[in-house]
Design a protein around this ligand. Sequence first.
Ligand code: HEM
Length: 475
Amino acid sequence: MFAPLWQISAGAATLIWLCIAIYRALFSPLSKLPGPTYTILSEFYLLIQEFTGKRREYIHELHKRYGPVVRLGPNEVSFTSLEAMKEIYSSGGSGYDKTEFYTLFKQFNTRTMFSTLDKGTHSQKKRFIAGQYANTNIMRSQVMGGIQDRADAFVRKCVESGKSGIDAYVYLHCFALDCASHHLFGRYGTHSIEKKEDLEMMEEQSYHDSLKSNLAQYRWPTMSEIFEKIFKPRPSPIANQYVLDSSQKLDAGEQTLIHKLQNSKDNFQQIQMAAECMDHLAAGIDTTGDALCFLMYQLSLPESWHVQDFLLKEFNDNKEKSLDELPYLDAVIKEGLRCFPPIPMSQPRYVPAGGRTIDGYFVPGGVIVSCQAWSVHLLNENIFVKGDEFLPERWLNTETSVEMNRYFFAFGAGGRGCIGRHLAMAEMKCLLREVYSRFKTRLAPDMKGRMTLSDQVISSRPLDQTCKLIFEPLS
Ligand code: HEM
């Protein structure tokens, strides 16, 4: 007589969903934005792309089809234009507030600068930290000395490897860990290039597969306990213990971040200091490690061997110059970051209450908007001509490089862009100068690793996480 309860519930749910979908299709301001029709009805297709690690490529294809503005779901839009980048990330200094996506990056259950959502709280936190990462501080001998020591250790590894070569993926991530930990903890910094126990920390941080558990937590936070049982969360016991211990040391050195936090007027609690340092450690390993790995792989391909020759010439002609006075080296790194941005995916923000006009379209308050470096760098072809080619020279043209710099999104933009960019640039410049003034790099004959970008939650890494290179000494 009567239909079972489950049938009635399913019917009611379908009816409600249909009403919402029709309302969205007819009345939502987002219905006027370019994008496939199904995106105004549901975010289901976007979720599938996220969970299968294809979100970035999917968005990229939509931009190719629909242009610089594309609707991703009933409440989400992606952009690639400079106008949108400025509005979302730099209006009022720090742009729009971050979305709950960044809650995933809490450390020790504590909000760090990176995982703080609103810009007011963020700018308070940043006040005490920013000076530590200013270029003038990075260039100090105590900071650069630590980076130089780690680059020397990397070179020793290359020399020892002889004709068999090394897995550059491993030791570049070690280098990034050692430099970041030195910046945070000075004398308590790691030496993972040489010490096995520190190497284990790098492995723990870099070889994890936590994409699905993280995304599930973000999309359905109330069910996070169930998801933790299904998808294993990223374990981090070694790094956690190291950071908790090191952040209690009172003699790390006055150039370190921990010293700065311990002595700030803000009276940071112990766990806040540890969380901040843990965040910077994590932020510094894979980004710089992957950037160097993608770049050295590219330089080792036959079509880029001439770039190695140009680098060598610049080093030989400018032996007394500082790292910041080598334009070709700078261009090579920038081009690497443009072609293989370690954070190529969307950096999501909420449109403020009342809505905003972005790139000519009115977007209501509360809608998630973002740009992804991958598309900004590859689809603005009038700015990056032959954008899919690795051409460091493009950055040497002083006229066009001004505009290219505006579109350079590898470190994000505005007040919430990467605070570690000067540190990262110094690390990469130092290492590349040491390597390419001594060696030519070539792919090892047994290098079988696939270097296609493998997307994680926000970052990408080489698919097989291995990159075997040979370091041939220059005669
Ligand atoms: C090539 C290397 C690096 C790249 C490409 C990179 C990229 C980025 C990007 C794109 C953001 C903004 C992300 C967003 O808003 O969603 C960011 C933020 C941040 N990065 Fe980096 N990063 C690099 C290296 C580093 C290093 C070495 C450190 C520190 C040791 C660091 C620390 C941070 C921190 C703390 C933030 C948050 C800043 C804030 O919220 O104000 N990064 N980075």
